[in-house]
Design a protein around this ligand. Structure first.
Ligand code: FES
Ligand SMILES: [Fe+2]
Length: 441
């Protein structure tokens, strides 16, 4: 189903488009119609609505979508709006309730959205419960541990929307991973500047020099899919051969080797052999460590993949972990967005020995020692808190966060007219082509 696979060809291509899509307020309304109301959107985790009564609220610009699990175990999505006078219904981003009660005049709704309680019924000429005042539903479906919603009237089935990537991603079983961290940072940039940033590796050698010690960004494989989805597969547990190859494994490779009971000293002068050794050792140790490595290919055992689901869900993952990176648009300002980083980890299956050590993935960012006792609270903060070092989203993301405000400020300058993209930025081109197609209707 891949439309195009791009290996480094040395082909010189470029594409431009004007900056208005990042800075003009009129774009917000157009995107609301053509993107946010006409695409399946990754709203949250199935694990956040695990038992009847669980709910969460997904915010998207001026809209809020309430996702609930009813008493029969069915999931529902609604606009989070009371049908009496339009107050926002549930004020908490996440919670558990037997019924949904509006704080204004105490109308109550069942978890399936039906209006059931109205104080002062005799004040109404007609019983509001028989007057079409149930919560306004949105389409909802689940895929691979994630809840998706669609705000439009006539959505295509979710499985069709994700068909180009479904089979490739299904072995990773994100639903079998556990949430270990939930962060949101307020950024002063357009949501698409975040997507662009996570759609190319062109900047990595310069902005993230630490990556040359863990992955080979020079030999990445790019995939472009129907519907605007994209993927990049980056060899991991190795070094970037664009730079001098070290004599000994890097600190990051060494930590990975040791987590698999391998001695980094054995790889003196053989740094490019570490990747294959890690693949082999994962196959060997998988059963005793309670990790389902049998369903992955050799490449998947060592590499870092990142798949962007159109329009705004970026999944960066290995067999051991997944980051969901998700920019959400601001309600009124094209120069702002909220950016979520949701970290999931696969813990050893219960059959594994109690002393099974966690296995570190290629970026050594994915080992959490223990399953958290409770769901981690969502931590929301400003980008200034990241720049000052008060908060961190890992070195790599911190570097991106620090940069993104500068990009937006530069784009707003009279001295900048349009972006100018190269072959390494093919995923950006593909994303914007899908965006344009929808905006043109
Ligand atoms: S607005 Fe909700 S009960 Fe009045
Ligand atoms: Fe980056």
């Amino acid at each position: 189903m891949t439309l195009k696979i791009i290996e480094k060809t040395g082909t010189r291509t470029h594409q431009t488009f004007t900056k208005d899509r990042y800075v003009d307020a009129s774009t917000l309304a157009e995107e609301h119609r053509a993107i946010w109301s006409d695409c399946w959107l990754l709203a949250g985790l199935v694990s956040d609505v695990a038992v009847p009564g669980d709910y969460f609220v997904f915010e998207l610009g001026a809209e809020q979508i309430l996702v609930t699990k009813d008493q029969s175990g069915d999931l529902h999505g609604f606009f989070n709006v009371c049908q009496h006078r339009g107050n926002l219904l549930m004020g908490e981003a996440l919670g558990h309730a037997q019924q949904l009660r509006c704080p204004y005049h105490a109308w109550t709704y069942d978890l399936d959205g039906r209006l059931k309680g109205v104080p002062g019924l005799d004040l109404f000429a007609e019983d509001p419960r028989c007057a079409g005042r149930d919560l306004k539903p949105v389409a909802l479906d689940v895929w691979n541990g994630f809840v998706f919603v669609h705000l439009g009237d006539d959505p295509m089935p979710l499985k069709d929307f994700l068909a180009p990537v479904d089979e490739i991603l299904s072995p990773f079983d994100f639903g079998g991973m556990t949430l270990i961290e939930d962060q949101t940072v307020y950024l002063e940039c357009n949501w698409k500047a975040v997507i662009d940033n996570f759609s190319e590796l062109y900047h990595v050698d310069f902005l993230h020099p630490q990556h040359q010690r863990m992955v080979d960004c020079h030999n990445d494989l790019v995939r472009l899919f129907e519907g605007g989805h994209t993927g990049v597969e980056v060899p991991g547990a190795t070094v970037n051969p664009k730079f001098p190859i070290p004599e000994m494994p890097t600190d990051i490779q060494s930590a990975q080797l040791q987590s698999l009971d391998l001695d980094p000293n054995d790889f003196k002068g053989r740094v490019l052999e570490v990747r294959a050794a890690i693949q082999d050792q994962k196959r060997t140790l998988g059963p005793e460590r309670g990790m389902p490595y049998e369903r992955f290919t050799d490449d998947q055992l060592s590499d870092v993949w990142q798949y962007n689901l159109f329009p705004n869900a970026v999944l960066s993952f290995t067999p051991e972990h997944c980051w969901l990176l998700r920019p959400r648009p601001h309600a009124t300002d094209p120069n702002q967005c909220e950016f979520d980083k949701i970290s999931l980890v696969r813990f050893p299956s219960t059959g594994a020995g109690a002393d099974a050590k966690p296995i570190l993935g290629p970026a050594s960012r994915d080992g959490a020692a223990q399953t958290p006792n409770a769901r981690p609270k969502r931590d929301c903060f400003s980008y200034e808190a990241v720049i000052s070092g008060e908060k961190t989203m890992t070195d790599t993301i911190d570097q991106d966060v620090e940069l993104l405000g500068q990009v937006q400020q530069g784009m707003r300058s009279a001295g900048f007219r349009d972006v100018y993209l190269n072959e390494d930025e093919a995923r950006i081109q593909h994303f914007h082509a899908a965006l344009d197609q929808r905006l043109r209707g």
